[in-house]
Design a protein around this ligand. Structure first.
Ligand SMILES: N[C@@H](CCC(=O)N[C@@H](CS)C(=O)NCC(=O)O)C(=O)O
Length: 211
């Protein structure tokens, strides 16, 4: 049965789910919902996710929101293979989603890119950038002798850590790239699933604090 992901391609949480599904070898049909496409506020969508947010996964009778839970579900599906899981990876996946990514999305992406230039608080952006880079350096230190945050192969911790890096490396601000992060990003960009689902033009979001 084909899996369905409801959510626009420019949503970072949709990107994480789509990229992970590609790494797992799962076939997914994505439907444009949210943002400029609308559709997240209809009664039918709210029955799937009362919060009216994307992504939502439909797998037959199983309907799920919250991207981290969706990723764990996908990893456990019959026939899914390709993402490493272990208690250690689970711990780092939790940290990369809840601490590293959280220090990027609102404090940086929204405060910088999604805020009209005239209204940007660049002092706050600068502070957020340094904080994000401090966390990123901690993830890179964890890699140290490994290729991936998850170990010798990518895992969910890499989906979370990796999916914000396309925007980090392409936004027009002054980076102080932590040691190891450029190599890590280069390895990410060599992965077909990352290129297809994460390296997505996000210019429709520029200066848009709401849809
Ligand atoms: N904790 C939720 C957050 C979901 C969320 O904030 N989704 C955003 C996109 S990344 C959204 O639906 N924004 C409104 C929209 O796209 O219309 C998750 O991880 O799935």
């Amino acid at each position: 049965m084909t899996l369905i992901v409801h959510g626009r391609a420019t949503s970072s949480n949709v990107q994480a789910v789509m990229w992970a599904a590609a790494e797992l070898g799962l076939v997914v049909e994505r439907k444009d919902v949210g943002g400029r496409f609308g559709g997240a506020d209809t009664p039918a969508f709210r029955r799937m996710n009362p919060m009216g947010l994307v992504p939502v996964l439909e797998d037959g009778d199983t309907v799920m929101f919250e991207s981290a839970a969706v990723l764990r579900y996908l990893v456990s599906k019959d026939g899914a293979a390709g993402l490493k899981t272990s208690p250690r990876d689970d711990m780092w996946a939790e940290w990369t989603k809840n601490t590293l990514c959280r220090s990027f999305t609102v404090p940086l992406f929204w405060t910088f890119y999604r805020t009209p230039e005239a209204k940007r608080d660049m002092v706050a952006v600068e502070a957020a950038l340094r904080q994000f880079e401090t966390y990123l350096s901690m993830a890179m230190a964890e890699r140290r002798t490994r290729d991936w945050v998850s170990g010798s192969a990518p895992g969910l911790a890499d989906i979370w850590a990796g999916h914000v890096l396309y925007r980090y490396f392409t936004l027009d601000f002054e980076r102080r790239v932590p040691s190891g992060a450029q190599d890590y990003y280069d390895a990410l960009t060599a992965r077909p699933g990352y290129r297809t689902h994460v390296m997505v033009d996000y210019s429709e979001l520029k200066g848009r604090l709401s849809f």
